[in-house]
Design a protein around this ligand. Structure first.
Ligand SMILES: [Zn+2]
Length: 440
C-alpha cells in the first residue's frame, strides 16, 4: 500500500507542522568561507576531468573500501566530477559553450523533487483505495511535461548539487563545507532537480506507471505494458526519459548536460530490476535470477551517468529516520551500500524518506543518527518543505536542505507558492484527475 511502503504523507504533514522560523532561505551564505580559486570554465572542466581520473584510479586500486573508511577525512566523492569524466565526447551538445558569458550567482538555488510520473492516468485514477494517495503525491505525464516547459520559459537552468556545495580544506587543515561559486549565464536561475523512489515498485506496475528503464541504441528508454497489456518502449512516458529528451531539445535548460539526482531505495531493487536480497535468504535459483537482474541493470546505470544523471540514497528500506536509533539505521545503511552503492557508486547525498529528519528534527545539534550517517560519507541531507531552504551546519561540515514538491497536493492547494515556477492552472490535468477540490 502506498501509505505503508512508500507513504509520502508524512512529509507533507511535517511541512504544515514545522515552525516557520526554521525556513528562512539561504541564511548560511553570509558565513560561508570560500577557499577555492576562481577558475575560468575551461580550466575548471579540465581540472574536473583530472580529478575524476584520479578518483577512478583510486577506486580500482582499493577494490572497494570498508564502510567505516568513507569518513570525514576521506576526499569528498563528487558525483558531478565523475559524471563529467564518463560523459561521451559530444562537444556540440554541451551547453554553455565558450561563447556564453558566465557570471557569479549567489542567490537561492531552487530545488524541486518529483516522484515517478503516471504514464496512464486512467489506470491510476480508477476510483479505488489508491486513488487519493496517487493524486496527492504524483504528477501525470502531461503535467510533468507542462511543468518542464514552464520552468524553461521562466529562465531556470538545471545545475548539479556538486556545483552548489562542496568540501574544502581550511587553513588549519580541517574540512569545511562551503557554498561554491556558481557560474551561470546571465539571466538564468539555478535549479536542482531530484527524483525519489525511481525503483519501479511492484505496486506502481499495477497503477499506470512504467516498469523499468532500459537501454536501446545507447539511449535510455522506459519499458512497460499499456492498459491493454501490450509492450511499450517509449521516451514519452517516464520522468527520466522525458527530461533526457527535453534537454536534448533545449540544451540551455541544463548546465553541461546535467540532469537530476536519482534517489534510490533498495528493498525492491533499483530502476526496475529486482536486485535486492531478503533477510530469509535466497534459494540458489533466486540468487541466480538476482545476478541476472544485476547484470541487466549495469548498462542502464552507465547510460544514465553518461546522460548526466547521478545518484543519492533514499535508504534501503524507505525508513522513517525520525523513528530509528543508530543500530537500525546502521543495518539499513549497510544493506544500501551492499545492494545499491555497489551498483551505482557511493554518494554524499541522502534523501530522507517521508522527509523525516532524524534526531528529533533538531537543525542545530547533530544527534547520534545524523553523526552516524555523516561518518558513512553522507554530506547533504534533503528533506521536504515549503521553500528551497538550506543551511550549512555549524558543528559538522554538512548541509541540510528542504525541497519543494510539485505534485497533486501543491497543484491543488499551493498554487501561489509555486507561481515563480509555473501556474497550476496551466498545468493541472483536468481530464484525468479526480474531483478532489482545489483552492483556485
Ligand atoms: Zn520516497
Amino acid at each position: 500500500m502506498l501509505g505503508d511502503t512508500d507513504g509520502f504523507l508524512q512529509g507533507a504533514q511535517r511541512e504544515r507542522l514545522r515552525p516557520r522560523k526554521e525556513r528562512s532561505a539561504e541564511r548560511y551564505t553570509a558565513t560561508v568561507v570560500w577557499m577555492g580559486m576562481k577558475m575560468d570554465n575551461v580550466l575548471k572542466r579540465l581540472l574536473a576531468l583530472l580529478i575524476a581520473a584520479a578518483c577512478i584510479f583510486a577506486l580500482c586500486a582499493c577494490g572497494g573500501t570498508a564502510d567505516g573508511e568513507n569518513a570525514a577525512d576521506e576526499p569528498e566523492h563528487d558525483a558531478e566530477e565523475v559524471r563529467r569524466a564518463v560523459k561521451p565526447e559530444e562537444p556540440e551538445k554541451i551547453w554553455p559553450g565558450p561563447d556564453v558569458k558566465l557570471t557569479e550567482y549567489d542567490g537561492v538555488v531552487e530545488h524541486l523533487f518529483f516522484h515517478p510520473v503516471i504514464a496512464y492516468p486512467e489506470v491510476a485514477f480508477r476510483g479505488d483505495y489508491m486513488e487519493k494517495g496517487l493524486d496527492d503525491w504524483m504528477l501525470t505525464v502531461s503535467e510533468y511535461r507542462a511543468i518542464l516547459d514552464r520552468l524553461y520559459e521562466n529562465g531556470y537552468v538545471i545545475v548539479d548539487i556538486g556545483d552548489v556545495w562542496g568540501e574544502e580544506m581550511a587553513s588549519d587543515g580541517s574540512t569545511v563545507m562551503v557554498r561554491k561559486t556558481l557560474m551561470l549565464p546571465e539571466g538564468k536561475k539555478p535549479l536542482v532537480i531530484s527524483y525519489d523512489d525511481v525503483n519501479y515498485y511492484e505496486y506502481m506496475r499495477e497503477y499506470g506507471f512504467t516498469y523499468k528503464l532500459i537501454v536501446k541504441d545507447g539511449e535510455v528508454w522506459s519499458w512497460g505494458l499499456d492498459p491493454q497489456g501490450k509492450e511499450v518502449v517509449s521516451q514519452d512516458l517516464d520522468a527520466i526519459t522525458i527530461l533526457d529528451k527535453f534537454v536534448d531539445e533545449h540544451p540551455d535548460f541544463s548546465m553541461y548536460g546535467v540532469k537530476g539526482c536519482i534517489a534510490l531505495t533498495g528493498y525492491e531493487g533499483i530502476l526496475g530490476y529486482r536486485t535486492q536480497t531478503t533477510t530469509e535468504g535466497l534459494t540458489a535459483e533466486q540468487e541466480k535470477q538476482r545476478q541476472e537482474e544485476i547484470k541487466a541493470v549495469r548498462p542502464v546505470i552507465d547510460a544514465l551517468k553518461e546522460n548526466g544523471w547521478y545518484f543519492g540514497s533514499h535508504t534501503w528500506g524507505h525508513i522513517d529516520l525520525s523513528g530509528y536509533e543508530v543500530d537500525g539505521v546502521s543495518e539499513d545503511t549497510g544493506r544500501w551500500k551492499d545492494e545499491v552503492a555497489s551498483l551505482v557508486g557511493d554518494t554524499p547525498y541522502l534523501f530522507y524518506p517521508h522527509g523525516a529528519r532524524p534526531d528529533g528534527d533538531d537543525l542545530d545539534q547533530t544527534g547520534s543518527v545524523l553523526r552516524y550517517l555523516y561518518d558513512q560519507g553522507f554530506r547533504v541531507f534533503f528533506s521536504v518543505g515549503i521553500e528551497s531552504f538550506s543551511r550549512i551546519k555549524d558543528d559538522i561540515p554538512a548541509v541540510i536542505v528542504d525541497r519543494l514538491h510539485p505534485d497533486g497536493t501543491t497543484l491543488r492547494w499551493s498554487r501561489d507558492r509555486y507561481m515563480r515556477f509555473y501556474d497550476a492552472k496551466d498545468v493541472f490535468d483536468y481530464g484525468h484527475r479526480p474531483d478532489l477540490g482545489r483552492d483556485w
